[in-house]
Design a protein around this ligand. Structure first.
Ligand code: ACO
Length: 310
């Protein structure tokens, strides 16, 4: 079977730290409320999407040990491209010195999983190694006078290199991708505008779609949640993560969480949390790992992977 195995992971954050106390000076909020309602203590801002994506992508390629010349495609999930045209993936490909195809994916916070599943499909059709990056610089489209969004959104990037291999079992065991465009109005940013969100409604739907999507992916592979070593959810709000984990019947020891210091970085969130979890030794070869995301659209996505020990 031809499949893409995660060989290297990388991440990147801008240098500027924005703490909850910094936000107290910008809008009517306070550290205790933010920590209690979101689990976030600080986030990074001031990034440019191509710059963060290049840093994360370079680290993932270096750690993979693969020849950069073997990378045939760059898939960049982002909702905050550098420009409307061209795709930021092309800028990233050029700055990494790759001779490959390149395209952007916009599925909001689910974008990295959409990109990963698309990349796996292309590998199964015969393509070689692929770099998949999730990156957003949400600080560029956040209104820091709006306490409903300013406390959550941030900048960051995560990346993986998929090595194309022939092996008995696929690395991607199952997936679930979905969208409900009738709910687009609860979280959006117009071109040139800032993020507008009905927080309570997003929260309510988020828990439901994460649980449903995760279950659909598990059912498709015939796997019980008890056999999953690690769930890597979109880092939107710690309370959403805890509520979804509880409904799925997975204890928080088996859930990757790094939202406390990075906030909600949309497309960057899941690959960054995965990179951090691997760095902390939370995955061993042969483990099952379940990625689960939801976001504007509304979109949702899950992917169940057999870990290969990157
Ligand atoms: N600081 C202090 N008080 C606040 C703040 C704040 N930043 N925001 C709201 N409050 C107050 C409200 O005015 C309200 O006061 P009241 O009871 O006197 O009226 C009270 O706190 C509760 O307000 P809620 O809006 O009900 O607060 P909630 O617990 O829902 O938390 C939050 C708000 C954090 C935005 C939450 O709804 C949330 O996380 N929603 C999901 C957001 C999300 O995940 N978005 C990302 C989607 S992914 C993507 O595509 C980018």
């Amino acid at each position: 079977m031809r499949t893409g195995v995660i060989k290297g992971l990388g991440s990147a954050l801008p240098d500027q730290i924005l703490t909850n106390h910094d936000l107290e000076a910008m809008t009517d909020t306070n550290d205790a409320w933010i920590v209690d309602r979101t689990g976030i203590r600080e986030r990074r801002v001031g990034g440019m999407t191509s710059e963060l994506a290049v840093r994360a992508g370079r680290q993932a390629i270096e750690r993979s040990g693969l020849d950069p010349a073997s990378i045939e495609l760059v898939v960049l999930a982002t909702t905050t491209p550098d420009q409307t045209v061209p795709a930021t993936a092309s800028t990233v490909q050029a700055q990494l010195g790759l001779r490959s195809g390149a395209f952007d994916v916009n599925a909001a916070c689910s974008g990295f999983i959409y990109g990963l599943v698309a990349a796996q499909a292309m590998i199964s059709m015969g393509m070689g190694n692929i770099l998949v990056i999730g990156c957003d610089s949400l600080s560029r489209i956040t209104d820091y006078h709006d306490r409903g969004t300013a406390i959550l959104f941030a900048d960051g990037a995560g990346a993986v290199v998929l090595e194309a291999r022939e092996q008995p079992e696929a690395s991607l065991l199952s997936w679930n991708l979905g969208s409900d465009g009738t709910a687009a109005g609860i979280l959006y940013a117009d071109i040139g505008g800032v993020l507008v969100m009905e927080g309570r409604e997003v929260f309510r739907r988020a828990v439901r779609v994460m649980v449903d999507s995760a279950r659909a992916a598990l059912d498709a592979a015939g796997i019980d949640i008890a056999d999953v070593a690690l769930v890597v959810p979109h880092q939107a709000n710690l309370r959403i993560i805890e509520s979804a984990a509880s409904k799925l019947g997975v204890d928080m020891q088996r859930v990757a969480v790094n939202i406390e210091r990075v906030g909600n970085t949309s497309s960057g969130s899941i690959p960054m949390a995965l990179t951090d979890a691997v760095g902390k030794g939370q995955l061993s070869p042969g483990d099952l790992v379940l990625l689960v995301g939801f976001g504007a659209g509304m979109s949702w996505a899950s992917a169940l992977l057999r870990w290969d020990g990157a």
